[in-house]
Structure formats: structure tokens, C-alpha cells
Design a binder for this molecule. Sequence first.
Ligand SMILES: C[S@@+](CC[C@H](N)C(=O)[O-])C[C@H]1O[C@@H](n2cnc3c(N)ncnc32)[C@H](O)[C@@H]1O
Length: 283
Amino acid sequence: MRYAAPVPLKRPFLKWAGGKTKLVPAIREFVPAGTRRLIEPFIGSGAVALNLALPMAILADANADLISVYRELQQGGEKFVAACAALFTPSANESAVYYTRRAEFNASSNRRRKAGLFIYLNRHGYNGLCRYNASGGFNVPFGRYKAPRFPRDELHAFHAVLQNCELRHADFRDVLAEAGEGDFVYCDPPYVPASATANFTAYAKGAFGKLEQADLAACCRVAARRGATVVLSNHDTPGTRALYADADQQRELLVGRRISCHAANRGAARELLVVYRPSRLLV
Ligand SMILES: C[S@@+](CC[C@H](N)C(=O)[O-])C[C@H]1O[C@@H](n2cnc3c(N)ncnc32)[C@H](O)[C@@H]1O
């Protein structure tokens, strides 16, 4: 018997804590045949949207800077890519230039320039982190990489996907409220802590605590009752298993962790994939 070769996975143009490229093959298994629309309320670097490439999508995130980058790429195309490329010169890989540009990013109200700077900061900053201080200023230190690469091909690939997408700067509750029959929803929220010290919650202003995790579980259930297929990933902890005890399926997965400042945390992490299938019983 001959098996089809696996489709190579595309990489997003942004480095992002909790990027889900490695989970794509497992997530893809749950996409019902004939699905027309993907809804991702926690888009991050967009690894899943990029690789599922469904005919339509709503891509959303609470991080306004991130959604602004996607809007500029969606509308500006090659012109925007060229403006970003101009920021990636060898002389720009210096801490003085980095900190000048970081200050410019925090002060700027020019959307296109700010979006280009976001990509520059993402590739030249420490560990590709996206972190803000209490006043909302981006505060990631210089990353000291040898030669940050300009992700031209990755930007082109994402630009193609964005042509059929609606972008939303929104809270997950508002986005999930739109999910219904025929939609495939993938939720990749900030992780519940895997240990007392682990913390992946500083992506956007405002914390993502127990209340948000519980609200999210409730929104997923309701979306499935309206006819959507919902897949969610989070750390595999007793708390996550309990929160999603009523899901149609729970599948554990081992994934490599790429962004962590602690070498000990960079190994494989246990994740739980939770699936709610469409059920119209309670509506
Ligand atoms: C784990 S990351 C998503 C990673 C993404 N799947 C990827 O492959 O790169 C979680 C995302 O949730 C976003 N987020 C945090 N709180 C949110 C909220 N209340 N509503 C919507 N998005 C939120 C963060 O800005 C972050 O981009």
C-alpha cells in the first residue's frame, strides 16, 4: 500500500510563545470534511490558520499590536513587506538601534511604521517575547542574535492566507459568540500554569486567570451547541482535565517547548487537546 507523503508545515513569520506549528497534524484530524470557516480567537503567530488554510476565517486576538500587523500585511502586501525588509540590515542588529526603535515603536501612532517595527522587534528582541509594562509599553530587551533573518517567504505565505480572513481585535468571548454550524473553532488560550513558576500570560494587557479559563470552557460548550466543532489546547493538568470533563474527547500530546528562558523548561511539555463536537440538544 502507498501512503501520501505528509504535507510540509509552514512556519509563521513571527516568533510567538506557545506557537502551535507542531500541533497542526493532530488538530487537522478533527476538521470535519467540508468545513468552510475557521475561527481562531487566540491567533498569536497564526501557525494553525496558516497550515489549515480553510476557505474563510475569523482570526482574532486581544493584542492590538498583533492584529494591526496582520491588517497592514493584508492590505499593504508587497509594499509592506519591502518596508519591513528595509529594517533588517546588519547595522540594525545593535543594541543601541534596537532600543531606539523600541522607543519609537512605543511612541508611534503611524500604523504601518509601528507594524514594521513590531516585526523587527520580534526578530531582534530576547527570545521573540512579546511583553508589555504596566503602562502598555513594549519592554522586551535586545536579543543578541548573530544575524536575525528577515522572514520574507513566511510573510508572503501569511499574506496569501489573510486574503480570505476577517481580522478582529477582540476578546475571545465576543469572537466565540459568532461560532455556529459549519465552523471549526481552534482555541489556544494563554496556558494554565504547568508549575508555580511557569507564566505565559503576559501577551497582552490584562491577565488570563482562572475566571477567563472557566469562561472560555463555557463559551466552547455553547459554541458546540450552536453547531460548531471546537478544539482547544492547554497544558495537561488535573485542572484542565476537570474543566473540560464534559468534552467529547481529551487527547494528550507531547510537544517541544521552544520559548522559555529556563533551559529546563525547553523540553517536551504535556498538552491536552480537547474536542467538542456539534451537539444541538440543549439549544
Ligand atoms: C498561546 S498564544 C496563541 C499561540 C498561537 N496558537 C500560535 O500558534 O502562535 C495565546 C494568545 O492569546 C491572546 N490573548 C490573551 N488574552 C486574550 C483574550 N482575553 N482574548 C483573546 N485573545 C487573548 C494573546 O495575545 C496570545 O496571542
